[in-house]
Each structure stands twice: as structure tokens, then as C-alpha cells.
Write a protein that binds this ligand. Structure first.
Ligand SMILES: [Zn+2]
Length: 90
């Protein structure tokens, strides 16, 4: 199996995002999708953390990672929706 560090480098080179806690790439690892907006035309989610990191943190501990992700997005104010979803354990 290709070492994790190499898989992460490949993921970075291919432009994949990564977990904001452990740095593992979405190229090979699955992120935990937090759905924060559900509409008739579909739902919107985000995934700053991988399933492993997400599962190891409480909702309050997860929040800073979502805020870091959101601070990069900027634009439209979705933070209140994201914060609510995270604290509800989604
Ligand atoms: Zn992680």
C-alpha cells in the first residue's frame, strides 16, 4: 500500500481538499458531510473533517474547524446555519 504521506501529496497535487485536523486528503479519505441547508432543489453540506476526526470530537470541539473552513469561503452568510447543524451533531 502507498504510504499515507504519498497519497496526501498526490491528493494535494490533484487539487483535492483535506481534513483540517489531520491533513489527510479527500483523494483517498472520506470526509464527514455535515448537511446544513435542505431545500426542495437539494441539500447543501460541507466537510472540513474526516469521519475519524469528526467522531473523536464533541460538537463544541468541532466548531473551530468549521469556522476555519467558513472563513476561507467568505461571501454569503451561512455561518448561523452551519453552526446550528454542527452543534446539533450533524
Ligand atoms: Zn482527519
Amino acid at each position: 500500500m502507498v504510504p499515507k504521506g504519498i497519497r496526501n501529496l498526490i491528493g494535494n497535487a490533484k487539487g483535492y481538499g483535506k481534513c483540517l485536523k489531520c491533513g489527510d486528503s479527500w483523494y483517498w479519505k472520506k470526509g464527514h458531510s455535515t448537511v446544513y441547508d435542505v431545500r426542495d432543489d437539494g441539500s447543501t453540506g460541507c466537510f472540513p473533517l474526516c469521519e475519524e476526526c469528526w467522531a473523536g470530537l464533541t460538537p463544541e470541539e468541532r466548531l473551530p474547524y468549521y469556522l476555519r473552513m467558513y472563513s476561507v469561503w467568505g461571501g454569503e452568510d451561512k455561518w448561523s446555519k452551519i453552526k446550528k447543524a454542527v452543534l446539533e451533531g450533524r
